[in-house]
Design a protein around this ligand. Structure first.
Ligand SMILES: NC(=O)c1ccc[n+]([C@@H]2O[C@H](COP(=O)([O-])OP(=O)(O)OC[C@H]3O[C@@H](n4cnc5c(N)ncnc54)[C@H](OP(=O)(O)O)[C@@H]3O)[C@@H](O)[C@H]2O)c1
Length: 280
């Protein structure tokens, strides 16, 4: 039943599939059912966060599934209000209790909140939680190069992943180049731009027709060919299958170039600029 998804290896040796399931808004029993349908379809990477209030739902789906825990990759994220070292340690423990899991495969700082100035303390808590066996791999979300440089300078440890807003309308080319040069993996959040008008885009539609694929499949293939892990959220079993069915075609250079041209400086979904935006 399950489809097999290519895997990549992070700078700390942990492996992840190149597509996972986003779970923002998948809560309660309906959420657990959607996550179980995804696992049955072949998804092995599940992305949650303390602030989505569904770590419990993800844990429940893991328990309902017949797939062994060690074959799954579960991600969660530390909220901004718990970036002080002691609070961060407690929040990581609380995250695990909520999911009723012994460990997360990946734990990320959700936003740098640079004005608050505590992300290095939070990072130290993640480093220690990894040493204590609570987390296998540690990373960040929405960090600018200057934030990651500070982490490495002050703790000697660089993130395995930076999860950032990335879709055809905001393709983050400079940030991706920095990641590649520094051996930090890119992970795309809102890879389908939350199903906004990108899903009606004429350029991508033509490429999709040419390959007999859907616009979503072309976009997810584009993420894969950029070298980024994508985590599309879908509550629908049909669209979950659709979103995984991208390994039987490829985009050529000119098609990749046409999609690259769709990016815009104001292309973010909600104008959340990590240099100034703060999330708690
Ligand atoms: N680190 C961060 O700061 C951050 C921020 C935002 C999101 N995230 C993570 O990234 C994940 C993905 O981002 P997202 O949920 O914002 O947006 P997304 O995955 O880009 O888009 C989700 C939307 O697309 C629809 N959809 C999915 N597949 C489709 C398809 N094949 N055709 C048509 N519509 C489709 C979904 O509807 P249906 O459910 O009805 O299919 C849903 O409305 C989140 O769930 C979350 O885990 C992280």
């Amino acid at each position: 039943m399950g489809r097999s998804i290519p895997e990549i290896t992070l700078n700390d040796g942990v492996t992840l599939p190149v597509i996972g399931l986003g779970t923002y808004k998948l809560n309660g029993n309906a959420g657990a059912q959607a996550i179980n349908s995804a696992i049955d379809t072949g998804y092995r990477l599940i992305d949650t966060a303390y602030n989505y209030e569904n770590e419990g739902t993800v844990g429940e789906a893991v328990r309902r599934s017949s797939i062994p825990r060690e074959e799954l990759r579960i991600t969660s994220k530390l909220p901004g209000r718990y970036q002080e070292y002691d609070k961060a340690v407690t929040a990581i423990q609380e995250s695990l209790y909520r999911a009723n899991l012994d460990y997360y495969d990946l734990y990320l700082i959700h936003w740098p909140n640079p004005k608050q100035g505590l992300y290095v303390e939070a990072w130290q808590a993640l480093i220690d939680a990894k040493k204590w066996g609570l987390i296998r791999s540690i990373g960040v979300c929405n960090f600018l190069p200057e934030h990651m440089e500070r982490l490495e300078k002050e703790t000697g440890v660089k993130p395995s992943i930076n999860q950032i807003e990335l879709h055809p309308f905001f393709n983050q080319e400079q940030q991706r180049i920095w990641h590649e040069e520094n051996n930090v993996k890119t992970e795309s959040w809102s890879p389908l731009a939350r199903a906004n008008d990108v899903l009606q885009n004429e350029t991508i539609s033509k490429i999709a027709d040419h390959h007999n694929k859907t616009i979503s499949q072309v976009i997810l293939r584009w993420h894969y060919q950029l070298g980024s892990i994508s985590i599309p959220k879908s509550s629908s079993p049909e669209r979950q299958i659709e979103n995984l069915s991208i390994f039987d075609f490829s985009l050529d250079e000119s098609e990749m170039g046409m999609i690259a041209e769709l990016t815009r400086p104001d292309g973010r979904i909600k104008d959340l600029d990590p240099a100034t935006y703060e999330e708690f």
